[in-house]
Ligand binder design. Sequence first.
Ligand code: ATP
Ligand code: MG
Ligand code: FE
Length: 339
Amino acid sequence: ILTLGIETSCDETSAAVVLNGREVLSNVISSQIDIHKKFGGVVPEVASRKHVEAVSNVIQEAVDKAGVGFKDIDVVAATYGPGLVGALLVGLSTAKGLALSLNKPFVGVNHIEGHVSANYIAHKGLKPPFTCLIVSGGHTHLVYVKGYGEYEILGRTRDDAAGEAYDKVARAIGLGYPGGPLIDKLARKGNRYAIDFPRVYLEEDSFDFSFSGLKSAVLNYLNKMKMQGIEVNRADVAASFQQSVVEVLSEKAVRAVKYKNSKTLCLAGGVAANTALREELERKCSMEEIEFLYPPVVLCTDNAAMIACAGYYEYINGRISKLSLNAIPSLKIGEKYLE
Ligand code: ATP
Ligand code: MG
Ligand code: FE
């Protein structure tokens, strides 16, 4: 079964052709980062317009690179949420139009479930159940994946997402956008124990997260140093901030695996690209004899191959969407709408 996946939830226009859910024949990603950089973040209206300009070419390129024709596509899958409503509508409408004209089923995909599914592409033998730490630009969740497309939410952030904290702290120390990869790089030159930023664990036993206090602590530290006329060591700030994030995420993730008695932990979302987080989870999981899996960087950040994969499993589990399906900007993980 050939699935054409389309992703336009934020600032990447992407299309991919995936065979039987797991074999990527093409994964074309056109990023708008250079345009949004000037504004220090994604400008929704600009994002929608750029998606409109790019989407047809990106889809054509994905089909060409896969070496197939449109008539060979069996299922058309597109992200319908969560994300920016104007951006989502571009990929969603295009996918519905294509499905209608090709007379093939259309499947709406949850973007966050797409991030989780990147692991199925990277690890051909991976099957549910497993535990997954999802850390992206807008979401932070600890979930137990019961089956394909079936999730038990163990914990979530109560305020900022992990990626959001990275981007905000990066801005505060004068790095560009998006800040996550830049902090990752700068932190390698810093001392992670230089500044004692808080570790927020919330209630004992809670799998929830909170990153806004940490963000405030970094901002307060920067202000205090500025008032005292002391120049901050940005690499130390980056490394110390990152250490706090990584310790809390990894501690809770490993505790969740033990709580569910599962053997495997997967990492998903843009922040899954973070080298410090990967290293720490690698270390903690090997001590606990937990299998630890994560996708390659290109499958961690937004891409349509993960959407095609998630769409394939929705399709073979009978969840086919109607063409009346609308974009749902605040769609929750595991929530299913078919019309
Ligand atoms: P969501 O998936 O929640 O809707 P999004 O699609 O905007 O949000 P992703 O593309 O999944 O988010 O991830 C982007 C986020 O990942 C950004 O916040 C970015 O800073 C962060 N990120 C990317 N690479 C790294 C890295 N190496 N270290 C830390 N953060 C990173
Ligand atoms: Mg993006
Ligand atoms: Fe994303």
